[in-house]
Design a protein around this ligand. Structure first.
Ligand code: TXE
Length: 479
C-alpha cells in the first residue's frame, strides 16, 4: 500500500516521485512505499498551513475543542484498524497497540480538546502606578512536529493535539520507518471537520524531509522526539533562526530496587518496564540496581520470568515480545550484546535472534538480561533501546544514587521502596525529569513530561505543552 502526503486536506504523491520502501518487521518484507518528500513538497505543506492559520487561530475554543474530541472519538471507533496498522508497521504486539498506542492517541486529542478550554493567562495590577498588565498567550503560527518510530501515533498525536488546540497550524513528519498510522490519521481529521491546512503531513527521510522542516525560516517552533544526536543537530540548525524548541531525547533509566519493596508487584512491573514494546520506549528501566541482600533472589526470579515471555508474531494475541522495528535497529541492538560479551558481562538469559516459524526473516530477538560488574561499562552507559537490560547489586543508598546519576541522560527513574524518608531523599536527588515510585509508566497527561541533561530540553504535557505552542505577550495599560 502506498502512503501519500496529506497537504491542504488532500492526499497527494511527492512532487519528484521519490519513494522509499516501507518494511514489515514481522517478516522483513517490503509492503509499501512512502514518499521521500523534497523541499518543494515541504514548501507546499508550509503554504497550506500558513494560509489556514488566520482562520484557525481565530476559531473559538469551543469549536477547536469539539473537533479535537471528535478526532478522538473517531480514533476510538477505528481502534482495530489503527491497531492492526500500527502493529504491522512497527512490529509491536497487537495487544499493546490495542491497549496502549491507539487508546493513548485518542486520549491525547481528548485531553488537549478539554485542556484548551481551561487554559488561562495571568494579569498583574501595577498597584500605585495606575496600570494593569495582562498576558496574552497567542499561537505561534506554523509549527513543525517530528516524531519517532517507537510509539508512532502515540507520540505523533502527543505533539499535534496541543499544537492544534493552541491555534497553530502544523507541518508534521512521522518517522519514515513507521509512517502508516499518521497517514491514516488524515482521513479521520477530515471526517472530524478539521479545516483544510491546519494539519499537513509530509513523509520522508530525516535528512531530506526532516531537514527541510528544521531549515524552514518561517516554521517558528519545532517539537521533536527522537535520538539525542538528532536532537543536537536540530538544535544547531534551529538556534541561529531563534526557533522555539522542545526536544524529547533518549534515556538510560535506572530502576532501583530496595529490599523493603512490595516484591511481587516490583517483579511483575520490572519485567514490563524492561521489555514492553521490545524495550523500545525511552522510559524503559534499562539499568536495574538491586539491594545486595535480595540480589540473588531477584536475579533468579527475574530471569525465570523473563524466560517465560513469548517472542512471536505481532498479530498473535498471546505474543509478549514482537519484532524489533527494523533490520538496522536489530543489528544495532545485537552489536551491544557483543559489546557486553567483550566487556565481561554475563548473559543470564537471551542474547540470540529468534526464528519465528513462517516469519523467518522477521527481526526477532530474545529478551536479554546481562549481569554487569561495573556501572561504567558501555552497555550500562549507552542507550541500547531494545529488549536488553543490565542488572547489578548495590550496597548503600549513596552508592546507588551515584551510579543512577552517573550517565549522560536524565529522563526517568524508578524507585522501589516502602521507606518514606528514603523515597523523599532519593526522589529529590535523582537526576531525571520523571521519578516513579513503586510503579512505572503511570501517566497523568496533566503532568510535565521531559528530561534533563542529554535527555532533552523543554517539557510536554498539560499546560506545559500549551505554553510551548504559544507566545506570551504582555499588554500594559495605563489608566
Ligand atoms: O532516531 P532519529 P533513529 C533513540 C534510540 C535509537 C536512536 C536512533 O536510541 O536507537 O535514537 O533512532 C527525524 N532533521 N531513539 O535514528 O533519527 C527522523 O526522520 C529533522 C529514542 O530512528 O532521531 C524521525 O522522524 N528530522 C527516541 C525522527 O527524527 C530528522 C525514539 C527520529 O529519528 C533528522 C526513537 C534531521 N536531520 C529513537 N534526522 C525516544 N526519545 O523515544 C532524523 N530526523
Amino acid at each position: 500500500m502506498n502512503i501519500q502526503n496529506f497537504i491542504n486536506g488532500k492526499y497527494i504523491n511527492p512532487i519528484n516521485d521519490n519513494w522509499i520502501n516501507n518494511y514489515n518487521p514481522s517478516n522483513g518484507e517490503i509492503y509499501g512505499q512512502t514518499p521521500n518528500s523534497s523541499k518543494e513538497d515541504l514548501e507546499n505543506a508550509y503554504i497550506s498551513a500558513n494560509s489556514a492559520f488566520k482562520q484557525w487561530s481565530q476559531t473559538t475554543l469551543e469549536d477547536r475543542s469539539r473537533i479535537l474530541i471528535k478526532i478522538s472519538e473517531l480514533l476510538e471507533a477505528n481502534l482495530q484498524r489503527f491497531a492492526e496498522a500500527e502493529s504491522k508497521d512497527n512490529g509491536k504486539p497487537i495487544s499493546l497497540a490495542k491497549s496502549v498506542d491507539i487508546p493513548r492517541a485518542a486520549s491525547n486529542f481528548r485531553f488537549f480538546g478539554n485542556a484548551i478550554t481551561q487554559f488561562a493567562s495571568e494579569s498583574h495590577e501595577s498597584v500605585g502606578q495606575q496600570a494593569i498588565n495582562y498576558t496574552l498567550r497567542q499561537p505561534i503560527g506554523v509549527v513543525g512536529c517530528i516524531s519517532p518510530w517507537n510509539l508512532p501515533l502515540y507520540l505523533f498525536t502527543w505533539k499535534i493535539a496541543p499544537a492544534i488546540a493552541a491555534g497553530n497550524c502544523i507541518v508534521a513528519k512521522p518517522s519514515e520507518i513507521t509512517p502508516m498510522t499518521a497517514f491514516l490519521l488524515g482521513e479521520i481529521c477530515n471526517e472530524a471537520g478539521l479545516p483544510k491546512g491546519v494539519l499537513n503531513i509530509v513523509h520522508g527521510l530525516g535528512n531530506t524531509t526532516g531537514q527541510a522542516i528544521i531549515e524552514h525560516p518561517n516554521i517558528k517552533a519545532i517539537s521533536f522526539t527522537g535520538g539525542t544526536e538528532t536532537g543536537a543537530h536540530i538544535a544547531k540548525v534551529a538556534a541561529p533562526m531563534f526557533k522555539k524548541l522542545s526536544l524529547e531525547l533518549g534515556g538510560k533509566n535506572p530502576n532501583i530496587i530496595f529490599a523493603d519493596c512490595d516484591y511481587d508487584n516490583m517483579l511483575e512491573t520490572t519485567v514490563r518496564s524492561s521489555f514492553a514494546n521490545q524495550g523500545q520506549i525511552c522510559l524503559c528501566g534499562s539499568r536495574i540496581f538491586v539491594e545486595k541482600n535480595i540480589y540473588k533472589k531477584f536475579k533468579s526470579d527475574f530471569v525465570e520470568k523473563v524466560k517465560q515471555l513469548k517472542v512471536g508474531h505481532p498479530s498473535k494475541e498471546d505474543t509478549n515480545i514482537g519484532a524489533l522495528v527494523s533490520k538496522p535497529h536489530l543489528e544495532k541492538v545485537m552489536s551491544y550484546i557483543n559489546v557486553a560479551k567483550k566487556e565481561d558481562g554475563t548473559i543470564l538469559c537471551g542474547g540470540n535472534k529468534v526464528t519465528v516459524k513462517n516469519y523467518e526473516n522477521g527481526y526477532y530477538l530474545e529478551p536479554t538480561v546481562i549481569e554487569v560488574k561495573t556501572d561504567e561499562c558501555r552497555i550500562n552507559q549507552e542507550e541500547i533501546f531494545g529488549p536488553v537490560v543490565t542488572i547489578m547489586p548495590f550496597n548503600t543508598e549513596d552508592d546507588v544514587l551515584e551510579m543512577a546519576n552517573k550517565v549522560k541522560y536524565g529522563l526517568s527513574a524508578t524507585l522501589w521502596t516502602n521507606n518514606l524518608k528514603r523515597t523523599m531523599r532519593m526522589s529529590n536527588q535523582l537526576q531525571a525529569g520523571i521519578v516513579w515510585v513503586n510503579t512505572w509508566m503511570l501517566r497523568d497527561l496533566r503532568t510535565p513530561f521531559g528530561g534533563i541533561k542529554a535527555s532533552g530540553v523543554g517539557r510536554e504535557g498539560g499546560f506545559e505543552a500549551l505554553r510551548f505552542f504559544t507566545e506570551a505577550k504582555n499588554v500594559c495599560i495605563k489608566y
